[in-house]
Design a protein around this ligand. Structure first.
Ligand code: CA
Length: 244
């Protein structure tokens, strides 16, 4: 299966910096969106450290070499699901290590939405309120349930270095999509909440319906719509189109 990918990350109209990060690795078929939070520039650091660490682990386990898995394997999910889940837990460790590098990084955190494609199966993982949607035959469905924990904790300022040991990236939810002939996936959308707080699901579906034959156009149109409606937050979208 061929995967066409288009991604955009935009600062929006209200924020000075872009705390979102995205990582596309077509060789490993890994696609990641992260939305960082924290004072000063810490949100940018958290999301960047996370996506780099996820890519690092997925790339490391993509070859034949024997490596030691840091957290063991979860028997209830597939090998590829394990790769993705462990990559995020590895990222969690890296973000925690980074918080100790500077007082300004204390309490920083990030969400993650990630897809790893293997054959005709897409393995999905997410933490926090970055979302993954599937758009198929004109209908959109959200495949992830938001964890509001991260935002609530950060916004109320209750995450301390102590509490960061139980950092939200530990709570990874994974699932597999596909591998069944009855499920037709046209497009997967990964996005930060800068899209979904500005543009409702129905409008996302409408825009995809108008543009999804050209994912580059669709990615631009989604970002433009979020900006036209105020662009209150950074907007990041990754569109994956599957073709036989
Ligand atoms: Ca955000």
């Amino acid at each position: 299966m061929k995967v066409l990918c288009e991604a955009r990350s935009d600062v929006g109209r209200k924020r000075r910096g872009n705390e979102d990060a995205l990582f596309l690795n077509p060789e490993q078929r890994l696609y990641v969106v992260a939305d960082g939070m924290g004072g000063h520039a810490a949100g940018e650091v958290a999301s960047r450290v996370a996506v780099d660490a996820i890519n690092e682990f997925v790339t490391l386990t993509g070859g034949d070499e024997e490596i030691t898995w840091p957290f063991g394997l979860d028997d209830s999910i597939s090998y590829e699901g394990n790769r993705l889940k462990t990559a995020i837990r590895h990222a969690n460790r890296r973000v925690l290590e980074a918080t100790r590098e500077s007082a300004e990084y204390e309490g920083m955190a990030t969400t993650v939405a990630a897809v790893l494609v293997d054959g005709d199966t897409a393995h999905l993982a997410h933490v926090g309120d970055s979302r993954i949607y599937v758009w198929s035959e004109g209908e959109i469905s959200q495949l992830t349930n938001d964890h509001s924990w991260v935002n609530e904790q950060i916004q109320s300022g209750v995450i301390s270095a102590e509490q960061a040991r139980s950092h939200p990236l530990r709570n990874v939810v994974t699932r597999a999509l596909g591998g069944r002939s009855d499920l037709v996936v046209d497009v997967l959308l990964l996005c930060s909440d800068g899209l979904t707080t500005m543009v409702g699901d129905e409008d996302i579906a409408r825009i995809l319906g108008e543009t999804a034959s050209d994912v580059a156009l669709a990615a631009t149109a989604l970002v433009e719509e979020a900006n036209e409606r105020g662009g209150e937050d950074n907007i990041t979208v990754v569109l994956l189109k599957f073709e036989e």
